[in-house]
Write a protein that binds this ligand. Structure first.
Ligand code: ADP
Ligand code: MG
Length: 418
Protein backbone atom coordinates (compact mmCIF):
# COMPACT_ATOMS: atom_id res chain seq x y z
CA UNK A 1 0.00 0.00 0.00
CA UNK A 2 3.12 2.19 0.04
CA UNK A 3 2.39 3.68 -3.41
CA UNK A 4 -0.91 5.09 -2.17
CA UNK A 5 -0.14 8.17 -0.16
CA UNK A 6 -2.03 10.99 1.54
CA UNK A 7 -5.38 11.99 0.14
CA UNK A 8 -5.46 9.13 -2.43
CA UNK A 9 -5.19 6.61 0.35
CA UNK A 10 -7.83 8.36 2.40
CA UNK A 11 -10.18 8.50 -0.60
CA UNK A 12 -9.79 4.77 -1.15
CA UNK A 13 -10.47 4.06 2.51
CA UNK A 14 -13.49 6.33 2.42
CA UNK A 15 -14.86 4.60 -0.69
CA UNK A 16 -14.40 1.22 0.96
CA UNK A 17 -16.16 2.43 4.06
CA UNK A 18 -19.08 3.74 2.03
CA UNK A 19 -19.28 0.51 0.06
CA UNK A 20 -19.24 -1.53 3.24
CA UNK A 21 -21.86 0.71 4.77
CA UNK A 22 -24.11 0.47 1.71
CA UNK A 23 -23.73 -3.30 1.83
CA UNK A 24 -24.70 -3.44 5.53
CA UNK A 25 -27.64 -1.15 4.98
CA UNK A 26 -28.99 -3.14 2.07
CA UNK A 27 -28.44 -6.37 4.02
CA UNK A 28 -30.45 -5.07 6.97
CA UNK A 29 -33.14 -3.69 4.66
CA UNK A 30 -33.41 -6.97 2.76
CA UNK A 31 -33.58 -9.00 5.96
CA UNK A 32 -36.24 -6.79 7.40
CA UNK A 33 -38.20 -6.57 4.19
CA UNK A 34 -38.44 -10.32 4.34
CA UNK A 35 -39.46 -10.18 7.99
CA UNK A 36 -42.12 -7.57 7.68
CA UNK A 37 -43.52 -8.52 4.26
CA UNK A 38 -46.26 -6.18 3.11
CA UNK A 39 -45.92 -4.08 6.21
CA UNK A 40 -42.67 -2.66 4.93
CA UNK A 41 -43.04 0.28 2.68
CA UNK A 42 -43.03 0.28 -1.03
CA UNK A 43 -42.78 4.03 -1.21
CA UNK A 44 -40.60 6.11 1.04
CA UNK A 45 -41.69 9.57 1.97
CA UNK A 46 -39.26 11.90 3.63
CA UNK A 47 -40.61 14.08 6.45
CA UNK A 48 -41.10 17.70 5.56
CA UNK A 49 -38.12 19.77 6.56
CA UNK A 50 -40.08 22.10 8.84
CA UNK A 51 -42.48 20.06 10.94
CA UNK A 52 -44.22 21.53 13.95
CA UNK A 53 -44.39 18.07 15.49
CA UNK A 54 -42.59 14.74 15.30
CA UNK A 55 -44.09 11.25 15.27
CA UNK A 56 -41.61 8.85 16.87
CA UNK A 57 -41.83 5.08 17.24
CA UNK A 58 -40.17 3.89 20.47
CA UNK A 59 -38.98 0.29 20.81
CA UNK A 60 -38.11 -1.34 24.14
CA UNK A 61 -36.71 -4.86 24.65
CA UNK A 62 -34.01 -4.62 27.32
CA UNK A 63 -35.42 -7.10 29.84
CA UNK A 64 -38.67 -9.03 29.89
CA UNK A 65 -41.10 -6.67 28.19
CA UNK A 66 -41.35 -6.32 24.42
CA UNK A 67 -42.84 -2.87 23.95
CA UNK A 68 -43.48 -0.27 21.27
CA UNK A 69 -45.21 3.06 21.25
CA UNK A 70 -45.97 5.91 18.89
CA UNK A 71 -45.60 9.34 20.40
CA UNK A 72 -46.37 12.75 19.00
CA UNK A 73 -44.16 15.54 20.30
CA UNK A 74 -44.95 19.10 19.29
CA UNK A 75 -42.20 21.65 18.83
CA UNK A 76 -43.26 23.39 22.04
CA UNK A 77 -42.63 20.13 23.96
CA UNK A 78 -46.28 19.02 24.25
CA UNK A 79 -46.46 15.25 24.23
CA UNK A 80 -49.23 12.84 23.25
CA UNK A 81 -48.88 9.07 23.48
CA UNK A 82 -50.83 7.72 20.51
CA UNK A 83 -50.27 4.07 21.38
CA UNK A 84 -48.35 1.99 23.89
CA UNK A 85 -48.17 -1.78 23.46
CA UNK A 86 -46.43 -3.90 26.10
CA UNK A 87 -46.08 -7.67 25.71
CA UNK A 88 -45.00 -9.01 29.08
CA UNK A 89 -43.04 -12.24 29.48
CA UNK A 90 -44.20 -12.86 33.07
CA UNK A 91 -45.73 -16.23 32.17
CA UNK A 92 -42.49 -17.44 30.63
CA UNK A 93 -40.31 -16.54 33.61
CA UNK A 94 -42.72 -17.32 36.47
CA UNK A 95 -41.63 -20.99 36.81
CA UNK A 96 -38.05 -19.83 37.39
CA UNK A 97 -38.81 -16.95 39.80
CA UNK A 98 -36.67 -14.58 37.72
CA UNK A 99 -35.83 -13.56 34.16
CA UNK A 100 -34.03 -16.26 32.13
CA UNK A 101 -31.98 -14.30 29.54
CA UNK A 102 -32.09 -16.90 26.75
CA UNK A 103 -35.85 -17.35 27.04
CA UNK A 104 -36.29 -13.59 27.16
CA UNK A 105 -34.29 -13.11 23.93
CA UNK A 106 -36.33 -15.75 22.10
CA UNK A 107 -39.60 -14.24 23.24
CA UNK A 108 -38.48 -10.79 22.05
CA UNK A 109 -37.69 -12.27 18.63
CA UNK A 110 -41.18 -13.76 18.45
CA UNK A 111 -43.01 -10.64 19.61
CA UNK A 112 -41.10 -7.66 18.28
CA UNK A 113 -42.74 -7.54 14.87
CA UNK A 114 -46.35 -7.85 16.01
CA UNK A 115 -45.81 -5.38 18.86
CA UNK A 116 -44.44 -2.73 16.49
CA UNK A 117 -47.23 -3.33 13.96
CA UNK A 118 -49.88 -3.03 16.68
CA UNK A 119 -48.30 0.19 17.98
CA UNK A 120 -48.48 1.80 14.55
CA UNK A 121 -51.99 0.49 13.85
CA UNK A 122 -53.34 1.61 17.20
CA UNK A 123 -51.82 5.06 16.73
CA UNK A 124 -54.01 5.40 13.63
CA UNK A 125 -51.10 6.31 11.38
CA UNK A 126 -49.29 4.55 8.57
CA UNK A 127 -45.58 3.78 8.55
CA UNK A 128 -44.75 6.58 6.12
CA UNK A 129 -45.89 9.18 8.63
CA UNK A 130 -43.18 8.30 11.15
CA UNK A 131 -40.39 10.86 11.45
CA UNK A 132 -37.94 8.77 13.49
CA UNK A 133 -37.50 5.47 15.26
CA UNK A 134 -35.96 5.27 18.74
CA UNK A 135 -34.82 2.03 20.36
CA UNK A 136 -33.28 0.98 23.64
CA UNK A 137 -29.68 0.12 22.83
CA UNK A 138 -28.65 -0.63 26.41
CA UNK A 139 -28.15 -1.28 29.24
CA UNK A 140 -29.90 -4.63 29.50
CA UNK A 141 -29.88 -8.29 28.52
CA UNK A 142 -27.95 -8.29 25.28
CA UNK A 143 -30.14 -10.74 23.32
CA UNK A 144 -33.20 -8.60 23.85
CA UNK A 145 -31.44 -5.30 23.23
CA UNK A 146 -30.03 -6.56 19.91
CA UNK A 147 -33.49 -7.72 18.80
CA UNK A 148 -35.16 -4.34 19.32
CA UNK A 149 -32.22 -2.32 18.05
CA UNK A 150 -31.88 -4.34 14.83
CA UNK A 151 -35.60 -4.07 14.13
CA UNK A 152 -35.31 -0.29 14.60
CA UNK A 153 -32.25 -0.13 12.33
CA UNK A 154 -34.19 -1.98 9.63
CA UNK A 155 -37.06 0.47 9.89
CA UNK A 156 -34.69 3.41 9.81
CA UNK A 157 -33.15 2.17 6.56
CA UNK A 158 -36.42 1.13 4.95
CA UNK A 159 -38.31 4.29 5.83
CA UNK A 160 -35.30 6.55 5.41
CA UNK A 161 -35.87 8.12 8.79
CA UNK A 162 -33.36 8.82 11.58
CA UNK A 163 -32.48 6.20 14.17
CA UNK A 164 -32.05 7.29 17.78
CA UNK A 165 -30.27 4.88 20.11
CA UNK A 166 -31.68 5.46 23.58
CA UNK A 167 -30.23 4.61 26.97
CA UNK A 168 -33.00 2.65 28.70
CA UNK A 169 -32.34 4.54 31.94
CA UNK A 170 -32.84 7.86 30.16
CA UNK A 171 -36.26 6.55 29.16
CA UNK A 172 -37.13 5.98 32.83
CA UNK A 173 -35.62 9.36 33.70
CA UNK A 174 -37.97 11.26 31.38
CA UNK A 175 -41.03 9.06 31.98
CA UNK A 176 -42.92 11.63 34.16
CA UNK A 177 -42.64 14.08 31.24
CA UNK A 178 -45.02 11.80 29.29
CA UNK A 179 -47.92 13.04 31.35
CA UNK A 180 -46.73 16.00 33.45
CA UNK A 181 -45.16 19.35 32.83
CA UNK A 182 -41.93 18.53 34.64
CA UNK A 183 -39.15 20.83 33.41
CA UNK A 184 -35.41 20.30 33.94
CA UNK A 185 -33.58 20.38 36.27
CA UNK A 186 -34.76 17.77 38.78
CA UNK A 187 -33.50 15.26 41.27
CA UNK A 188 -34.20 11.70 40.11
CA UNK A 189 -34.58 8.49 42.09
CA UNK A 190 -34.36 5.72 39.51
CA UNK A 191 -35.50 2.56 41.21
CA UNK A 192 -36.10 -0.51 39.06
CA UNK A 193 -35.33 -4.22 38.75
CA UNK A 194 -31.76 -3.65 37.62
CA UNK A 195 -30.89 -0.18 38.95
CA UNK A 196 -31.12 2.01 42.01
CA UNK A 197 -29.58 5.45 41.55
CA UNK A 198 -29.95 9.08 42.57
CA UNK A 199 -29.11 11.57 39.84
CA UNK A 200 -29.30 15.26 39.14
CA UNK A 201 -30.94 15.73 35.72
CA UNK A 202 -30.07 19.10 34.19
CA UNK A 203 -31.22 18.57 30.61
CA UNK A 204 -31.52 16.04 27.81
CA UNK A 205 -28.73 13.51 28.42
CA UNK A 206 -27.19 15.69 31.15
CA UNK A 207 -26.90 13.56 34.29
CA UNK A 208 -24.86 13.87 37.48
CA UNK A 209 -24.81 10.81 39.67
CA UNK A 210 -25.22 11.53 43.37
CA UNK A 211 -25.48 7.94 44.57
CA UNK A 212 -26.13 4.40 43.43
CA UNK A 213 -26.35 0.88 44.79
CA UNK A 214 -23.13 -0.86 45.66
CA UNK A 215 -24.68 -4.30 45.27
CA UNK A 216 -28.29 -5.22 44.46
CA UNK A 217 -31.07 -3.05 43.06
CA UNK A 218 -34.23 -2.44 45.09
CA UNK A 219 -36.50 -4.19 42.55
CA UNK A 220 -34.22 -7.21 42.48
CA UNK A 221 -34.48 -7.37 46.28
CA UNK A 222 -38.27 -7.35 46.02
CA UNK A 223 -38.07 -10.17 43.45
CA UNK A 224 -35.73 -12.27 45.62
CA UNK A 225 -37.89 -11.76 48.71
CA UNK A 226 -40.95 -12.93 46.79
CA UNK A 227 -39.03 -15.96 45.56
CA UNK A 228 -37.87 -16.87 49.08
CA UNK A 229 -41.45 -16.64 50.36
CA UNK A 230 -42.95 -18.41 47.33
CA UNK A 231 -45.09 -15.42 46.36
CA UNK A 232 -44.50 -15.59 42.59
CA UNK A 233 -43.01 -13.39 39.90
CA UNK A 234 -42.64 -10.46 39.41
CA UNK A 235 -41.94 -10.04 43.08
CA UNK A 236 -42.69 -6.36 43.67
CA UNK A 237 -46.47 -6.43 43.21
CA UNK A 238 -46.68 -9.82 44.99
CA UNK A 239 -44.79 -8.55 48.07
CA UNK A 240 -46.85 -5.35 48.11
CA UNK A 241 -50.09 -7.37 48.02
CA UNK A 242 -48.94 -9.67 50.81
CA UNK A 243 -47.69 -6.72 52.88
CA UNK A 244 -51.10 -5.03 52.80
CA UNK A 245 -52.35 -7.12 55.75
CA UNK A 246 -49.09 -7.23 57.69
CA UNK A 247 -47.48 -5.26 60.52
CA UNK A 248 -44.43 -3.32 59.23
CA UNK A 249 -42.90 -3.38 62.73
CA UNK A 250 -43.33 -7.13 63.30
CA UNK A 251 -39.85 -8.25 62.14
CA UNK A 252 -36.66 -6.33 62.85
CA UNK A 253 -34.64 -5.95 59.65
CA UNK A 254 -31.45 -3.96 58.88
CA UNK A 255 -31.38 -0.67 56.97
CA UNK A 256 -27.87 -0.47 55.45
CA UNK A 257 -26.22 2.98 55.08
CA UNK A 258 -29.06 4.81 56.85
CA UNK A 259 -27.72 8.10 58.22
CA UNK A 260 -24.50 7.98 56.17
CA UNK A 261 -23.36 11.27 54.61
CA UNK A 262 -23.13 9.77 51.06
CA UNK A 263 -26.18 8.89 48.94
CA UNK A 264 -25.30 5.29 48.05
CA UNK A 265 -27.49 2.25 48.66
CA UNK A 266 -26.89 -1.34 49.72
CA UNK A 267 -29.57 -4.03 49.70
CA UNK A 268 -27.68 -7.33 49.92
CA UNK A 269 -27.65 -7.34 53.76
CA UNK A 270 -31.40 -6.73 53.85
CA UNK A 271 -31.93 -9.56 51.36
CA UNK A 272 -29.94 -12.02 53.50
CA UNK A 273 -31.62 -10.85 56.72
CA UNK A 274 -35.05 -11.40 55.13
CA UNK A 275 -34.02 -14.90 54.07
CA UNK A 276 -32.83 -15.69 57.63
CA UNK A 277 -36.02 -14.28 59.13
CA UNK A 278 -38.09 -16.48 56.82
CA UNK A 279 -36.01 -19.57 57.64
CA UNK A 280 -36.47 -18.88 61.37
CA UNK A 281 -40.19 -18.58 60.81
CA UNK A 282 -40.31 -21.90 58.96
CA UNK A 283 -38.25 -23.64 61.64
CA UNK A 284 -40.35 -22.22 64.46
CA UNK A 285 -43.57 -23.26 62.70
CA UNK A 286 -42.27 -26.74 61.78
CA UNK A 287 -42.03 -26.13 58.05
CA UNK A 288 -45.14 -24.05 57.41
CA UNK A 289 -45.31 -20.28 57.82
CA UNK A 290 -48.82 -18.92 58.31
CA UNK A 291 -50.30 -16.28 56.01
CA UNK A 292 -50.17 -13.88 58.96
CA UNK A 293 -46.43 -14.49 59.46
CA UNK A 294 -45.77 -14.05 55.76
CA UNK A 295 -47.76 -10.82 55.69
CA UNK A 296 -45.80 -9.48 58.67
CA UNK A 297 -42.45 -10.32 57.06
CA UNK A 298 -43.49 -8.84 53.70
CA UNK A 299 -44.69 -5.64 55.42
CA UNK A 300 -41.49 -5.38 57.49
CA UNK A 301 -39.33 -5.90 54.39
CA UNK A 302 -41.28 -3.34 52.37
CA UNK A 303 -40.96 -0.82 55.21
CA UNK A 304 -37.19 -1.38 55.38
CA UNK A 305 -36.83 -0.66 51.62
CA UNK A 306 -39.09 2.36 51.99
CA UNK A 307 -37.00 3.74 54.90
CA UNK A 308 -33.74 3.18 53.02
CA UNK A 309 -35.03 4.91 49.87
CA UNK A 310 -36.34 7.89 51.84
CA UNK A 311 -33.19 8.28 53.95
CA UNK A 312 -30.84 8.13 50.94
CA UNK A 313 -33.09 10.47 48.97
CA UNK A 314 -33.05 12.98 51.84
CA UNK A 315 -29.23 13.02 51.72
CA UNK A 316 -29.34 13.50 47.93
CA UNK A 317 -31.89 16.32 48.33
CA UNK A 318 -29.41 18.15 50.57
CA UNK A 319 -26.64 17.60 47.99
CA UNK A 320 -28.91 18.79 45.18
CA UNK A 321 -29.83 21.95 47.08
CA UNK A 322 -26.16 22.84 47.40
CA UNK A 323 -25.81 23.19 43.62
CA UNK A 324 -29.32 24.12 42.49
CA UNK A 325 -31.29 27.26 43.30
CA UNK A 326 -34.77 25.78 42.94
CA UNK A 327 -37.71 25.57 42.61
CA UNK A 328 -36.93 21.99 43.56
CA UNK A 329 -38.46 19.09 41.68
CA UNK A 330 -38.13 15.40 42.52
CA UNK A 331 -38.87 12.51 40.16
CA UNK A 332 -39.25 8.87 41.15
CA UNK A 333 -39.22 6.45 38.20
CA UNK A 334 -38.76 2.74 37.41
CA UNK A 335 -40.77 -0.35 38.32
CA UNK A 336 -40.48 0.08 42.11
CA UNK A 337 -42.02 3.55 41.78
CA UNK A 338 -45.32 1.67 41.33
CA UNK A 339 -45.28 0.75 45.04
CA UNK A 340 -47.99 2.76 46.81
CA UNK A 341 -46.31 2.84 50.24
CA UNK A 342 -43.02 4.03 48.73
CA UNK A 343 -44.80 6.70 46.67
CA UNK A 344 -46.66 7.98 49.72
CA UNK A 345 -43.49 8.10 51.84
CA UNK A 346 -41.59 9.96 49.10
CA UNK A 347 -44.49 12.38 48.73
CA UNK A 348 -44.23 13.27 52.43
CA UNK A 349 -40.44 13.56 52.17
CA UNK A 350 -40.90 16.03 49.31
CA UNK A 351 -43.40 18.11 51.26
CA UNK A 352 -41.05 18.24 54.26
CA UNK A 353 -38.08 19.29 52.10
CA UNK A 354 -39.70 21.77 49.77
CA UNK A 355 -39.60 19.56 46.65
CA UNK A 356 -42.48 18.95 44.22
CA UNK A 357 -42.99 15.25 43.51
CA UNK A 358 -43.41 13.92 39.98
CA UNK A 359 -44.10 10.23 39.49
CA UNK A 360 -45.25 8.58 36.26
CA UNK A 361 -48.63 6.82 36.22
CA UNK A 362 -48.32 3.11 37.01
CA UNK A 363 -48.43 2.07 33.33
CA UNK A 364 -45.24 4.06 32.68
CA UNK A 365 -43.34 2.94 35.81
CA UNK A 366 -42.28 -0.44 34.41
CA UNK A 367 -40.61 -0.86 31.05
CA UNK A 368 -42.57 0.59 28.12
CA UNK A 369 -42.03 1.96 24.62
CA UNK A 370 -43.50 5.42 25.29
CA UNK A 371 -40.63 6.51 27.54
CA UNK A 372 -38.13 5.38 24.87
CA UNK A 373 -40.08 7.26 22.19
CA UNK A 374 -40.04 10.40 24.36
CA UNK A 375 -36.31 10.17 25.13
CA UNK A 376 -35.78 9.72 21.37
CA UNK A 377 -38.09 12.62 20.45
CA UNK A 378 -36.31 14.95 22.88
CA UNK A 379 -32.96 14.05 21.31
CA UNK A 380 -34.38 14.41 17.81
CA UNK A 381 -35.59 17.92 18.64
CA UNK A 382 -31.97 18.82 19.46
CA UNK A 383 -30.74 17.22 16.25
CA UNK A 384 -29.13 14.27 18.04
CA UNK A 385 -29.47 11.05 16.04
CA UNK A 386 -27.43 7.85 15.80
CA UNK A 387 -25.40 6.18 13.10
CA UNK A 388 -26.54 2.81 11.80
CA UNK A 389 -23.46 1.13 13.21
CA UNK A 390 -24.43 1.99 16.79
CA UNK A 391 -23.90 -1.06 19.03
CA UNK A 392 -26.09 -2.75 21.61
CA UNK A 393 -24.55 -2.28 25.06
CA UNK A 394 -25.16 -4.57 28.05
CA UNK A 395 -23.74 -1.85 30.30
CA UNK A 396 -24.16 1.85 29.74
CA UNK A 397 -23.94 4.27 32.66
CA UNK A 398 -26.02 7.42 32.34
CA UNK A 399 -23.24 9.40 33.91
CA UNK A 400 -19.95 7.99 32.65
CA UNK A 401 -17.95 10.70 34.37
CA UNK A 402 -18.98 9.88 37.86
CA UNK A 403 -18.80 6.14 37.17
CA UNK A 404 -15.18 6.54 36.06
CA UNK A 405 -14.06 8.80 38.85
CA UNK A 406 -16.03 7.61 41.83
CA UNK A 407 -15.38 4.01 42.83
CA UNK A 408 -18.37 4.21 45.18
CA UNK A 409 -20.68 4.32 42.18
CA UNK A 410 -19.70 0.76 41.40
CA UNK A 411 -17.52 -1.10 38.94
CA UNK A 412 -18.27 -4.34 37.20
CA UNK A 413 -15.87 -6.64 35.41
CA UNK A 414 -16.46 -4.83 32.14
CA UNK A 415 -16.28 -1.28 33.42
CA UNK A 416 -18.50 0.95 35.46
CA UNK A 417 -21.76 -0.63 36.46
CA UNK A 418 -24.74 1.18 35.08
P1 ADP B 1 -35.92 -3.02 34.70
O1 ADP B 1 -35.96 -1.80 33.85
O2 ADP B 1 -34.70 -3.11 35.54
O3 ADP B 1 -36.25 -4.26 33.94
P2 ADP B 1 -38.55 -2.26 35.53
O4 ADP B 1 -38.48 -0.79 35.45
O5 ADP B 1 -39.29 -2.97 34.48
O6 ADP B 1 -37.09 -2.87 35.74
O7 ADP B 1 -39.19 -2.67 36.93
C1 ADP B 1 -39.33 -4.00 37.29
C2 ADP B 1 -39.04 -4.12 38.76
O8 ADP B 1 -39.98 -3.34 39.50
C3 ADP B 1 -39.15 -5.54 39.26
O9 ADP B 1 -38.02 -5.82 40.08
C4 ADP B 1 -40.44 -5.54 40.08
O10 ADP B 1 -40.44 -6.46 41.14
C5 ADP B 1 -40.46 -4.10 40.58
N1 ADP B 1 -41.82 -3.69 40.93
C6 ADP B 1 -42.90 -3.64 40.09
N2 ADP B 1 -44.00 -3.28 40.77
C7 ADP B 1 -43.62 -3.11 42.07
C8 ADP B 1 -44.30 -2.76 43.27
N3 ADP B 1 -45.63 -2.53 43.27
N4 ADP B 1 -43.59 -2.69 44.42
C9 ADP B 1 -42.27 -2.94 44.43
N5 ADP B 1 -41.56 -3.28 43.33
C10 ADP B 1 -42.23 -3.37 42.16
MG1 MG C 1 -36.68 -0.58 33.28
Amino acid sequence: MGWLQGSNYRTLQYQRLRKHRRYCQSLIARTLSAMYGQVMLKTIRKPKSKQDFALVLGVESSCDETAASVLRRAQDGQVEVLSSIVASQDEIHTPYGGVVPELAARAHMQKIESVMVRAVEQAGINWTQLHAVAATSGPGLIGGVITGLMAAKGLSVSLDIPLIAVNHLEGHAVSPRLTDDCPFPYLLLLVSGGHTQLLGVKGVGDFTRLGSTRDDAAGETFDKTAKIMGLGFPGGPAVEKMAANGDPKAVKLPRPFMGKPHADFSFSGLKTATLRAYENLINAKLGQASERDKANLAASFQQAVCDILCDRTKTAMDMFKRTDKGPYRFVVAGGVAANARIRTALDKLCTDNNFTLFAPPLKYCGDNGAMIALAGAERLALGITSDLDVCARPRWPLDQDSADNNPASGFGKKGPKS
